[in-house]
Design a protein around this ligand. Structure first.
Ligand SMILES: *[C@@H]1O[C@H](CO)[C@@H](O)[C@H](O)[C@H]1NC(C)=O
Ligand SMILES: *[C@@H]1O[C@H](CO)[C@@H](O)[C@H](O)[C@H]1NC(C)=O
Ligand SMILES: *[C@@H]1O[C@H](CO)[C@@H](O)[C@H](O)[C@H]1NC(C)=O
Ligand SMILES: *[C@@H]1O[C@H](CO)[C@@H](O)[C@H](O)[C@H]1NC(C)=O
Ligand SMILES: *[C@@H]1O[C@H](CO)[C@@H](O)[C@H](O)[C@H]1NC(C)=O
Ligand SMILES: *[C@@H]1O[C@H](CO)[C@@H](O)[C@H](O)[C@H]1NC(C)=O
Length: 485
């Protein structure tokens, strides 16, 4: 009986570990993210990842949670939100009082980007809404709004807010940084026209960036005299889809959803448009190239954008019922969260050390690997053997030993491969929580999944049946036993 219990439990647990990240792995990814996120957009993106992972009632991507959220916190939610509050507190504490002439100021002073500091705004609004610190947070968020719409920030002739400070220039990234904050500000101030403004900004950005000659992929950077990027950067497409989805979720859960139903519909169509443009370029290995549709020598596989876009697919299925690309998202999820010789590209370090690597050495390591190497056949990352943080990623093809997603684009140089991407860590958590919520909702669209995934679902049923059988055997036996698993 012990043997059958252990065997069945092991089968069950190994299955679980091959599907999502283990809690140990999630903790490690969160830790790397906390250490790595320092730039304005990384802080805002980290805050959003933490909400999705740990405080779904404060995430606009959670369906059927009416907005605004409750204005109070129980102590457990308070603890859960501690890191989000720290992000808000650190930003606001560093600011001088807003200028009295109403011209406002950004949440991070001196940033070369206009859009990026606004990404912290949602955390600041939640801090205000839950009464963390009285007036300071409300004033800082309002100053950020005044700044964005004021004369200090450049706009296109039709009103699109420039992503950069020095010239009018639109980046696809900005769709994630600014409109979700505008929409949430509309929620916490009860102002429907701010929700409309979030939609307007998305619409303007789409008009400028969507490339009809490339099936609707978005260009990365347009307008301005220098620094443009007409390429279809995968992360930029993922930023845009994810930002639009947050606006969609906010509008849909708002008290104004009836008035805004056409806007909600448009946003859904525009997310679907990016999915339809991107997913034909998904490779068999479950990853996009850094530039999804380009085929030049140094275009590398990028796990970072692949993770975020897959997360948007699960969220999209939950928010709108559109399950069209669930099968592709499952391919990405299975590849990125693979362990222990599961099929997929192998991107391992040549070193067994768990210390951080510099970008140069890691780039070498990732770019020099090929499909020739296979992971060890041990069950090293099964939960039972994950007794320490240092081996949580011992045999995972898409994470370094110390838990960094790989391979990834350099977040500070979008044409180059990098070693450690804080935003990639956030996207990993978003993928994990999106998949988790989608699974909890009954895996809608999984019936269109490829055969390999169906085997996985059968396995979980088998594992669950095994547990029930084992428990029954124990109860029949009539003794309480501690099981050595
Ligand atoms: C939330 O946590 C902070 C810091 O730990 C504490 O100062 C505050 O009183 C807590 N608030 C609630 C509602 O538990
Ligand atoms: C408002 O005040 C700030 C800070 O004192 C100043 O930099 C800015 O130019 C002023 N804006 C206007 C429109 O006067
Ligand atoms: C701050 O929170 C209060 C509720 O506690 C709300 O009435 C107010 O509109 C919020 N301000 C902003 C800028 O969100
Ligand atoms: C609502 O937001 C709009 C901008 O979209 C602004 O012009 C207006 O003053 C705001 N209304 C209130 C009551 O704050
Ligand atoms: C682009 O030009 C602006 C204005 O001339 C300058 O401030 C900025 O540093 C330049 N950016 C790059 C990437 O060269
Ligand atoms: C990577 O290598 C380049 C030139 O080989 C050097 O300038 C740069 O500082 C190195 N970066 C790191 C992080 O080691």
């Amino acid at each position: 009986m012990f043997i059958s219990w252990s065997a069945l439990s092991a089968l069950f647990l190994v299955y679980v570990s091959a599907q999502g990240l283990t809690s140990h792995q999630i903790d490690t990814v969160q830790q790397r993210l906390a250490e790595g996120a320092t730039h304005s957009w990384e802080l805002g993106t980290r805050a959003q990842a933490l909400l999705e992972l740990s405080a779904p009632s404060f995430s606009v991507l959670t369906p059927s949670i009416p907005l605004p959220p409750p204005p109070y916190l129980d102590s457990s939610l308070n603890d859960t939100l501690a890191d989000v509050f720290t992000i808000a507190r650190n930003a606001v504490a560093a600011l001088p009082p807003p200028p009295s002439n109403g011209s406002g100021q950004p949440l991070i002073l001196g940033d070369s980007s206009v859009g990026d500091p606004a990404s912290i705004g949602t955390a600041v609004l939640i801090a205000n809404w839950t009464n963390l610190g009285g007036e300071y947070y409300a004033a800082a968020a309002t100053a950020q709004i005044q700044y964005l719409f004021g004369p200090a920030v450049l706009k296109t002739h039709d009103g699109a807010i420039s992503h950069v400070a020095s010239q009018v220039q639109l980046w696809s990234d900005s769709v994630y940084m600014v409109p979700p904050f505008l929409a949430y500000y509309g929620i916490t101030t009860g102002n429907q026209s701010m929700l409309q403004e979030a939609y307007n900004q998305v619409k303007l950005y789409r008009n400028y960036l969507r490339d009809n000659s490339a099936g609707g992929l978005w260009q990365h950077i347009v307008l301005g005299t220098n620094g443009t990027d007409s390429g279809h950067w995968s992360t930029g497409n993922a930023w845009a889809a994810a930002g639009m989805l947050r606006v969609l979720g906010t509008l849909k859960s708002s008290p104004f959803s009836h008035d805004l139903k056409n806007q909600i519909k448009d946003l859904g169509n525009w997310v679907a448009e990016i999915h339809s443009a991107m997913y034909p370029h998904l490779q068999a290995n479950g990853l996009f190239k850094n530039y999804a549709d380009q085929n030049y020598a140094n275009n590398f596989d990028d796990a970072s954008s692949s993770a975020l876009l897959a997360a948007t697919v699960y969220r999209f299925a939950l928010l709108t019922g559109n399950k069209k690309y669930v099968r592709q998202a499952e391919r990405t999820r299975a590849a990125l969260f693979a362990a222990n010789g599961d099929p997929g590209p192998v991107v391992t370090s040549s070193s067994t050390s768990s210390t951080s690597r510099s970008s140069n050495t890691s780039s070498t390591a990732t770019s020099s690997t090929t499909s020739s190497s296979t992971a060890p056949s041990s069950t090293g990352s099964a939960p039972g053997s994950e007794s320490t943080a240092s081996n949580a990623f011992a045999s995972t093809p898409h994470f370094t030993d110390d838990g960094w997603l790989a391979p990834v684009v350099n977040p500070l140089n979008f044409v180059a491969e990098g070693a450690q991407s804080p935003e990639g860590q956030a996207f990993t958590l978003m993928l994990q929580s999106a998949w988790r919520d989608w699974s909890a909702a009954g895996s809608p669209g999984a019936n269109v999944a490829p055969p390999g995934v169906r085997v996985g679902i059968n396995t979980v049923v088998l594992g669950a049946v095994g547990l029930v059988v084992a428990c029954t055997m124990i109860m029949v036996d009539g003794r309480a036993v501690l099981f050595p698993i």
